[in-house]
Design a protein around this ligand. Structure first.
Ligand code: FES
Length: 149
């Protein structure tokens, strides 16, 4: 009899503990969604370091698995002076895909005429923000791009 009572007490206590943990985790995610998500950054291999353009812009595609889906996204690797960085191809206005014009040395959005310089800064049109820079790291000769999950 005492054994059953002790077991039930422990069972109820552990159930309340689990509920409190789940409630706290949900509350934390609700109150600080960006901070919680910002910590969850996964790096995916893009290409070899030798394939970075010596100077200028190269359009590349990143393919990675997200759950059961395979995602392919277009982005740009930029080598400007000593800086190497990755820019999203998603226009900051309404999300159309921009493309690099080697002739004009600008990223051009086909939807509403948004234009960006090589750094991704807006130079014309309606985009309210620069092209987003994507997290990039180079390790052991491989370029990785960080994706928030
Ligand atoms: S979506 Fe690019 S300028 Fe509007």
């Amino acid at each position: 009899m005492d054994g059953r009572r002790v077991f039930l007490k422990r069972f109820v206590k552990s159930g309340f503990g689990l509920l409190a943990f789940l409630f706290g985790a949900t509350l934390l995610r609700f109150l600080y969604p960006s901070q919680v998500r910002a910590r969850q950054l996964l790096y995916h291999p893009l290409l070899k370091e030798d394939d970075i353009p010596r100077q200028g812009v190269r359009r590349v595609h990143l393919t990675y698995d997200k759950g059961e889906k395979t995602i392919t996204m277009r982005l740009f690797l930029v080598h400007a002076g000593a800086d190497i960085f990755a820019l999203s191809s998603s226009c900051a206005h309404l999300g159309c895909l921009v493309d690099w014009s080697r002739h004009k040395e600008q990223f051009i959005c086909p939807c509403h005429g948004g234009k960006y310089d090589m750094q991704g800064n807006v130079v014309a049109g309606p985009p309210p923000l620069s092209l987003a820079r994507m997290p990039l790291k180079i390790e052991n000769g491989i370029v990785y791009i960080g994706i928030k999950v």
